[in-house]
Design a protein around this ligand. Structure first.
Ligand code: FAD
Length: 317
């Protein structure tokens, strides 16, 4: 079922959902099930699975020479989505990224997704390869999420790359990403809003936000979206702080602020166990306020660790 239908059917009740990363290559699908099983009691209507572009690694040969090798650390997104649908009878939402795909490969992937019965996709540009200073599009691929969105919308209208006869139309419900604290490359919030509005005008059906720790940022973002004529559901993305090093890592990786009150509370903790409790308590308070506000879904970035999310969901749902 489409995410927009899940939201409409909930009649204003806030839903629970979460995101998983595919296991690192060499680990089994059981890792995915272990991350999902403890959260099924909260009846997620959908589960997201991230997609990760290839990276370059250097292999040293016995003669000392280094060989540059292309390597995908976390393969399996589409297969994991199929396994989730099959095992849990809930919708699985694969993330689709520009990086690492030509248009042809994207088209073929979308055909696979439709054949598997996947109704929703989250359309993204994708992160840069770790060794690249900035995002570099794949030759023959897309540079921005809106270009990929155009291709998915095209397929929804029966427009394939090379087929000029009447072709089967897909019917994907399409999500896009947004950043209550601005995407780190956008020169200002207004420019970021213009591109978000473009994605919405092109046919995006729902938005999932970057994580935030200050609800006022989300409330103000929703308000500004509405002022810009962006009227689709805006799903808040959430992640509790669970270790003291995240005070540095989360702002560095995700370009978000940690409110002073939270950073001081974490800094005052006497142990990592205390930090985790503080992070969970903060997130419970955030979630209760978001439910009161009428957020359509609380969407958790579990990073494969279900326990903190379970504690939060128990307190909120
Ligand atoms: P875009 O919408 O393409 O925007 C990127 C930047 O370019 C923005 O600054 C925007 O303002 C600007 N821009 C947009 N369109 C244009 C244009 N036409 N011309 C000029 N500038 C433009 N990454 C992964 O690799 N895998 C994942 O699974 C993944 N999942 C994510 C899930 C969520 C909910 C979020 C919020 C992020 C996720 N990311 C993921 C990270 C994401 O790929 C990065 O944040 C990436 O840098 C931007 O992606 P986007 O889709 O927002 O890009």
């Amino acid at each position: 079922m489409k995410i927009t239908e899940h939201i409409a059917n909930a009649n204003g009740k806030t839903l629970f959902s979460f995101e998983l990363l595919p296991p690192v290559k060499g680990q089994s699908i059981q890792q995915i099930y272990n991350a999902i099983d403890p959260l099924m009691e909260f009846k997620p209507p959908f589960i997201d699975v991230t997609y990760h572009r290839e990276d370059y690694i250097y292999k040293q040969h016995p003669n000392g020479l280094l060989e540059k090798v292309t390597y995908r650390k976390r393969p399996g997104t589409v297969a994991i989505c199929a396994a989730i649908i099959n095992r849990y009878k809930v919708d699985a939402v694969p993330h689709l990224i520009c990086g690492g795909f030509t248009r042809e490969e994207t088209e073929n992937a979308l055909i696979d997704l439709q054949f598997l019965g996947i109704d929703n996709v989250l359309v993204l540009r994708g992160d840069a390869r770790k060794t690249d200073p900035a995002f570099i599009p794949t030759p023959g691929g897309h540079a921005y999420a809106c270009d990929l969105l155009e291709q998915v919308m095209g397929l929804n209208q029966g427009r394939y790359l090379h087929e000029d006869h009447d072709a089967n139309r897909t019917d994907f419900c399409i999500g896009v990403a947004a950043y209550p604290e601005k995407h780190f490359e956008a020169p200002n919030m207004e420019t970021d809003f213009r591109y978000l509005k473009k994605k919405v005008d092109m046919g995006a059906n729902f938005i999932v936000t970057q994580m935030f720790f200050d609800n006022q940022k989300y409330f103000s973002f929703v308000d500004q979206c509405r002022q810009h004529g962006i009227n689709i559901p805006i799903i808040p993305g959430l992640k509790p702080i669970t270790s003291s090093k995240q005070l540095i890592n989360l702002p560095k990786i995700f370009h978000i602020d940690i409110p002073l009150e939270l950073s001081e509370a974490v800094a005052a903790c006497k142990s990592e166990a205390d930090v985790k409790e503080t992070g969970i308590e903060w997130m419970i308070a955030q979630c209760k306020e978001l439910v009161k506000f009428g957020a359509p879904v609380l969407h958790f970035y579990t990073m494969g660790n279900p326990e903190p999310t379970k504690r939060i969901a128990q307190a909120v749902f």
